[in-house]
Design a protein around this ligand. Structure first.
Ligand SMILES: *Cc1c(COP(=O)(O)O)cnc(C)c1O
Length: 421
């Protein structure tokens, strides 16, 4: 069991709402820092260890600054994400550029920033060489195909669009070597929201074995193994977080057996985790607008899929707490909905909750990654603000809510307009 912790009391939340109306996402700095430190400590045996925070999960400079203070780099996959890194003053091996189907201008920006380039396909070697030029350090993304079982969100690796086949890896490293590239990395990402620590140990084994074979066959030494993201979080109270010590110790043992024993140390171990770093430390706070009783019972919120897409997109579970009713019996069943003209716009289906009333404040848990970031503007719904609770309890707004002027900014109404709700 995992207790669903909330970093504020109902009176504290009511005070926050006086200043920042619902809906909003709110992040807990203390929780983020504590997990970051735990993660880094688990891998302290590896001298070059680094986590590159997957910025797509919550692209906010305030959050990235916290990550950076904890020693993390940034994992980017688009021009906009590279610009975030640049604006934060990040460069060089602080940035991992793990993209796919990449346009030349994105590679160019990444190389200007000195980012580590992680190629998704063998054809990109020549594309990069021709359009931008090859940097001295290049990483390849490996897709193990049927060698590795997939999990539910990412699917089977052989069905996934990402990465090189095994044969292409050897061919690709040989090509790099022939073209004068001198430094090399290896990456894979075969999981998403995976809770089993053993899965990551197995992934490390696949990469470490390959690194030994690449040394034998191509005669190059890989500098780092990037195990990707995909570390799961316990969305359901019945689930357990990934056992970081089990994962780290399992990887350490393989490191000794395969990397050190073959004279291939030091090898830096990298992750580019997003979800685990901020997911559990973000909350979507909403107010109940309407209770509706037809063939089912509905609790309609003032937020929608525009603020949190995961339940509608993946059928994901997000725990819901009705503030002030934590200890009341869960004797009602609701579909918890948003207001989009889209029947999938539900945060929960057939959820057992206490009796909910209009005006209740509802907290949706684990929205700190792939939450606000995935939001869209369908039906003209605006994306909410993001708030941060500092370690001293102070609450700061780290992104304002969108306005109608933002929404209409790309349209031409044939004259000047100012839109207010
Ligand atoms: C999405 C993504 C991540 C982060 O995944 P999480 O599940 O949030 O840990 C890391 N690397 C790549 C290449 C990704 O696409």
């Amino acid at each position: 069991m995992t207790t669903k912790y909330i970093p504020f009391s109902k009176p504290q939340l009511e005070k926050i709402i006086e200043q920042y109306p619902t809906p909003f996402h709110i992040y807990d700095e203390k929780g983020i820092r504590e997990y970051a430190r735990k993660f880094t400590k688990a891998f302290s045996w590896n001298s070059g260890f680094k986590e590159y925070y997957a910025i797509k999960s919550a692209p906010n400079p305030y959050l990235m600054k916290i990550m950076r203070e904890e020693g993390f780099g940034i994992d980017c996959s688009s021009y906009a994400e590279l610009v975030i890194a640049e604006k934060l003053g990040m460069s060089g091996d602080e940035i991992m550029f793990t993209s796919n189907d990449t346009p030349a201008y994105e590679y160019k920006k990444a190389i200007e920033l000195g980012a580590i380039i992680n190629l998704d396909d063998i054809s990109h070697i020549e594309y990069l060489e021709k359009n931008v030029g090859l940097p001295s350090l290049v990483c390849f993304r490996y897709n193990p195909g049927s060698l590795k079982e997939g999990n539910t969100i990412i699917g089977h690796p052989e069905e996934a669009k990402y990465g090189f086949t095994r044969e292409q890896l050897f061919e690709g490293y040989q090509m790099l070597k022939d073209k004068g590239v001198t430094r090399f990395g290896l990456h894979t990402m075969v999981a998403s929201n995976e809770l089993d620590a053993a899965y990551f140990v197995e992934t490390a084994q696949i990469l470490f074995d390959l690194i030994v074979e690449i040394k034998q066959k191509v005669g190059i030494q890989i500098e780092f193994a990037n195990l990707g993201g995909g570390i799961g979080i316990p969305y359901r109270p019945t689930e357990q977080p990934v056992d970081l010590d089990f994962m780290s110790q399992g990887i350490k043992k393989l490191y000794q057996e395969k990397i050190e024993a073959n004279g291939l140390a030091p090898l830096r171990v990298y992750f580019e985790s997003g979800r685990a770093m901020t997911g559990p430390f973000g909350y979507l706070v909403s107010t109940v607008l309407h209770i509706k009783k037809t063939y089912k019972q509905y609790a309609g919120l003032d937020s929608s899929m525009a603020n949190l897409m995961r339940p509608a997109l993946y059928g994901s579970y997000h725990h819901i707490t009705v503030m002030g009713k934590e200890y009341e019996p869960l004797d009602q069943v609701y579909d918890v909905t948003g207001s989009l003209c889209e029947n999938n716009d539900k945060f929960a289906i057939n959820r057992k909750l206490p009796k909910v009333e209009s005006g209740d404040i509802v907290v949706i848990h684990d929205t700190g990654a792939h939450g606000h970031a995935m939001g869209f503007n369908y039906n003209g719904k605006l994306r909410s603000a993001e708030l941060l609770i500092r370690e001293n309890g102070e609450v700061v707004q780290i992104r304002r809510a969108e306005t109608l002027n933002d929404y209409f900014a790309t349209l031409d109404f044939g004259g000047l307009s100012d839109f207010k709700v």
